[in-house]
Structure formats: structure tokens, C-alpha cells
Write a protein that binds this ligand. Sequence first.
Ligand SMILES: NC(=O)c1ccc[n+]([C@@H]2O[C@H](COP(=O)([O-])OP(=O)(O)OC[C@H]3O[C@@H](n4cnc5c(N)ncnc54)[C@H](O)[C@@H]3O)[C@@H](O)[C@H]2O)c1
Length: 421
Amino acid sequence: MTELYKLAIIGLGYVGLPLAQLFLKKGHSVYGIDLDTNKLQKLTHRKSYLTDLSDADIIDMFNWKFNIGNSFDAVSDADAVILCVPTPIDAQTKPDLTFVRGAMTSAAPYLRAGQLIILESSTYPGTTEEELLPIIEERGLKVGQDISLAYSPERINPGQDVFRLQTIPKVVGGVTAKCTEFARQVYQAVFDHVVVVSSPKVAEMTKLLENCQRFVNISFMNELSMMCDQMGIDLWEAISAASTKPYGFTPYYPGPGIGGHCIPVDPLYLYWKAKQNNFEVEFIDLAHRINNKMPEFVVNKVKKSLPRPIEQSRILVVGVTYKKDVNDLRESVAPKIIQALIDAGAKVKFYDPYVKELTLDGLKMSSTPLNRRSVSGHDCTLILTDHTGIPYPSIVTHSPLVLDTRNATGHLKHLGNVILM
Ligand SMILES: NC(=O)c1ccc[n+]([C@@H]2O[C@H](COP(=O)([O-])OP(=O)(O)OC[C@H]3O[C@@H](n4cnc5c(N)ncnc54)[C@H](O)[C@@H]3O)[C@@H](O)[C@H]2O)c1
């Protein structure tokens, strides 16, 4: 019989809340800690703030052994403490570990011998041992002897079925063999497969390798998209044809610019850390620069494609989140593109089933209804996010011009008013 653990999960966002649900489902108890009173209030009222969890899921969680709060004293009762706090970049694109350090410092007074601490936030190799270990040992607890410390990257994919979380292999690396074994046991209790690596550094690098691979390859597709535009080639058709090769080709797809808190951010963590070690990762630098060009490319393409000057044009933007089927706007390029279109003189409205309101330069915009009138009343529909369930055929039927950065309407391009980017 598997042991039942008491968990303290710090950070109840896209990563922490589904992880809490997974442990609860398997009978473990979870104390969720977050400083965001808005989130805590929603949970108290049994309301979900994540697209992947319903209100009914939240009710179920509280019917199991779930407690929440903003106080860290519950840490003292936990067998394992898991940190799932944000790791953004600062204005100079350098790692901002404020949340990681802050969470560990707040938990430290409540740590005791025999516990396990795991960092799940995406970060550069070395963070667990360089940042968390000293905070823990300052408490007089020796890592590897009195207390265990490990890193395990989160690989959740929001917008997909959350119950698949347990089937995604969980990579883990502890500071010592004893730390790794403790972490392996805890994850083994809820995940189907646990993949043990030799150190926290390797586990940290694993996550960055996965995200850098996507960053570099999607940026390459974005560069090819700009090139194909110049050369009059349909890149989407070429990707589709190349994908028929039974070996050696992995498709990646272009878009309006890579968004989200992970893919465009995590590689910059690695870039920064490599630089500290006198190594410049040129692929990351190049991918970052290409990615930054995309919003301008999209805006210029809109300007060139409109039948009249942009100052006299009305543009309907469809989809503003950084990827489909989520309500997450972090690092999304849509606000930048909308702002640039407005600055160029266009009248812009947006529709997103997951976003009610956008704030741009102090200006608040509300999502407009998507119907025949709203679509035909604009000179152009610009698709930035290809959410499932949007009536794309109807958009193509009623819009004078569709500019599509996601190939949501590629199957309708024969109708003549669709431009794929
Ligand atoms: N969202 C994803 O798809 C995803 C996937 C893999 C990895 N990650 C990584 O996981 C980490 C968390 O990401 P997320 O998307 O869940 O972020 P999030 O912003 O949705 O959630 C983080 C939560 O931590 C809370 N928090 C911040 N500081 C705190 C503190 N000191 N004490 C307690 N709570 C605190 C915030 O209020 C927030 O609710 C990041 O490093 C991210 O890169 C995210």
C-alpha cells in the first residue's frame, strides 16, 4: 500500500492547483498556500480561475483533504513542500527569482528535520542548490542529512485534459541520493512514471532543453514564415507536405510571435546562466530576436493587405491569449499587435471566448460579440489565437478579408479572401 503524504503546495496557479488536485484525488492531503487573496477568495467560494479546472473540480478538491491559506505555518505539518511560484524575467530579460526566494524564505521558519522540499518552477541549472539550499541550511538543517531537497520540472500542458497530468513522466533529481529517493517516492504515489536523474542541475536542464527546443524551432518557422511571405510560398502547405516524411522531420508551426510564461522566457534563463559561465548561446539569442520581430511583421502584413489605408480601416482581432483554449494572457503578443494597429490609426475590436477585458496603455477594451454583423462590419479579421469552437467557416464567409497567423482557415483558402501568414 502506498503511503499517504501531507503536502504543502506553495503557489496555486496553473501548475500548483492541478498538482494539488492530483495528490488529493489519490487520497493525500494538501495545504495550498498563495499570497493572491483574489485566488484564495475564489477557491473559498468554490470557483475555479483556470480553464482546465471546473467549479465542480474545486468542490471535489475541498471534499477531499484540501485546505488553503496565505500563512506558511502549515509547512511545519507537511511531509513534502512543493514550490510552484512564478519565474519571470525582468525588464533587462534577466531571471527574476524574487518569487522563488520569497516563497522559500517565508517557508523556512516552519521547516523541520525529515521533510522534503521540491522546486517545480522552471529555472536555470543551479537554482535549487545555489538559491534554495542556503536558505534551508540557514535554519540549521543540513540538506541530505536532516532534510531533503530536489528539483522536478513541471510539464503540464494547459488547454489539454488535466487528468493526463499523472501520465506525463515526472523527472526528478535530488541534491543527494537520499533526497532523490524521497522525492521519487512522493511522486511515485501519484504519477505513472518517475524518471530519476543524477542531480537537480540535470533536472533543471531537462526542462530548459525541452523549452529551448520549442523556442528555437518555432522561431525558425517564424523566420521561414517571413521569408515565404516575401517569396510567395505557402509555408503551411510545405509543413504539411514535409510532415508526410515517415522519419526525421518534426513539424513546428509559425505564429504571430511566441507567447506564454514558459517558451519565450525559460530560454533566457539559460542564456543568462550560460553568460555567467562565459558562454553565449547564439541559437537562443537569435530565436529571441526573431521572435521579437513577429508582431511588427504581422502589423505590416495587415497594412499591406487592407484594401484601404489603415487609418480608415476597422479590424477585428480573433483570439488574444498566448495559445489556444486557455485564458492565459502572459507574454501574449496580441496586446502588442492591437496597440500597434491602434497607433497606426485603425479602429480595432477583439473577440476571445476566454478573455472579457484587455487593458492597453490604460485603455480598457471589452471582448466584442462574434456574429455575422460584427464580422462583416470590419474590413479585416485577424486571427491571432486559434481557439477550438470558433466558427471559422462563418468568419471566412462574412469577413471581406481574413488574415490568419494560425492556419485555422487554411482549408478555406480557396475562397479567395484568406491570407495565411
Ligand atoms: N503554466 C504552465 O503551463 C507551466 C508549465 C510548466 C512550468 N511552469 C512553471 O511553473 C511555475 C509556476 O507557473 P504558473 O503558470 O503556475 O504561475 P502562476 O502565476 O499561474 O501561479 C503562481 C502562483 O504563485 C503565487 N505566489 C507567488 N509568490 C508567492 C509566494 N511567495 N508565496 C506563495 N504564493 C506565491 C502567485 O500568487 C500565483 O498564484 C513557473 O516557473 C512556470 O514557468 C508553468
